[in-house]
Design a binder for this molecule. Structure first.
Ligand SMILES: Cc1cc2nc3c(=O)[nH]c(=O)nc-3n(C[C@H](O)[C@H](O)[C@H](O)COP(=O)(O)O)c2cc1C
Length: 320
């Protein structure tokens, strides 16, 4: 069970506030091969916060699952991983890309890029307890604009034989502005062919995923915002890989199916989450007539019954 992660892809990115168990199960249904938890504070885990245990909710269909940790000290990360191993988790990712103030000011997330040797220390400490292939990193190019730290990191972490290296090719200071520079993904793979490189950044559609893969020759891609607005993206990606045409898919029918999946999994694992549906579901409604009206309606949902009514509406119209 604790074998190195299979190189299959696409992967689902960690998305704080979104990629909880039901969300991951929807994505897995459509062909997501590896999923991540939302980022979890190593310290929070050690102190057993209630919120942390919610973030760790999983089930037998939710495999392989990578737990993403943020923290700044080797000791905290090691203690968190020891705790997670006792709970039955196998794969661990270190967040070195989050540029949110709350995280950066503690020296974690992208702040670690200011001190890459600290990152290497964290992995060395971790490898006393975890097979290196079961550990990986998700990072950006560097902290400040044009300060590219990722190559130095890749060199050191490849020597430690880590399992994956996910790069979101923007600098932390850029947050999400401008365009992801995929050429750095190509560069990384070319210089370190032994490293399993996973690409993230501006993969909004299945076609973006395919383009990125072809342009960079990396090992795999990871959908983030693309999956937030269309979990079906995983299936579309597979169809494209097989050379199939996805332009004729019935959008309304698909949306009805996706909404049904969300209702099914959230009612099973998080029945109190109707409020969460107000943020998740409207993102799925696009490229159809009256999308705006539907999004507004979904953002005021008060009950599962109302979601069902919407689904029936989609179903009725897509059959007609
Ligand atoms: C709402 C949101 C939450 C995110 N949460 C995390 C996180 O918890 N950990 C992480 O490493 N990256 C996180 N990211 C970054 C994504 O995983 C991804 O690398 C980034 O969005 C770039 O990919 P995209 O342009 O295809 O969306 C988050 C991004 C968004 C938009």
């Amino acid at each position: 069970m604790s074998l190195p992660l299979a190189p299959e892809h696409p992967w689902l990115a960690p998305l704080a506030g979104f990629t909880d168990l039901p969300f991951r199960l929807v994505c897995r249904k459509y062909g997501c091969k590896v999923a991540f938890t939302e980022m979890i504070s190593a310290k929070g885990l050690i102190y057993n916060n209630t919120n942390t245990s919610l973030l760790l909710q999983t089930c037998s269909q939710d495999v392989p699952l990578v737990v993403q940790l943020f923290g700044s000290h080797p000791k905290d990360i090691v203690n968190a991983v020891l705790c997670l191993q006792k709970k039955g988790f196998f794969y661990f990712d270190l967040n070195c890309g989050c540029s949110v103030k709350k995280v950066v000011k503690t020296g974690a997330g992208a702040a670690l890029l200011k001190n890459p040797s600290q990152i290497v220390q964290i992995f060395k400490a971790l490898h006393e307890y975890v097979p290196p292939q079961n550990t990986g990193i998700k990072t950006r190019l560097g902290y400040d604009l044009n300060t590219s730290t990722y190559l130095e990191l890749a060199e050191n972490l490849a020597a430690l034989n880590i399992g994956w290296f996910t790069l979101h090719p923007r600098y932390a200071r850029e947050k999400f502005s401008g365009q992801a520079r995929w050429e750095h993904l190509a560069n990384l793979k070319k210089l370190f062919p032994e490293l399993k490189v996973i690409g993230s950044g501006d993969l909004f559609t299945a076609q973006d995923g395919l383009n990125c893969l072809h342009q960079t020759k990396i090992d795999g891609i990871m959908f983030a915002r693309g999956a937030l607005s269309n979990p079906y993206i995983f299936r579309e990606f597979k169809l494209l890989l097989e050379g199939k045409d996805i332009s004729q898919l019935n959008k309304k029918k698909l949306i009805a199916e996706i909404l049904e999946d969300f209702v099914f999994y959230y009612q099973q694992y998080a029945p109190q989450s109707i409020k969460k549906m107000r943020t998740i579901l409207p993102k799925m409604i696009k490229n159809i007539p009256e999308a705006k009206k539907m999004r507004v309606k979904l953002s005021f949902l008060n009950s599962w019954e109302e979601v069902r009514e919407m689904i029936n509406l989609f179903k009725g119209e897509s059959n007609g």
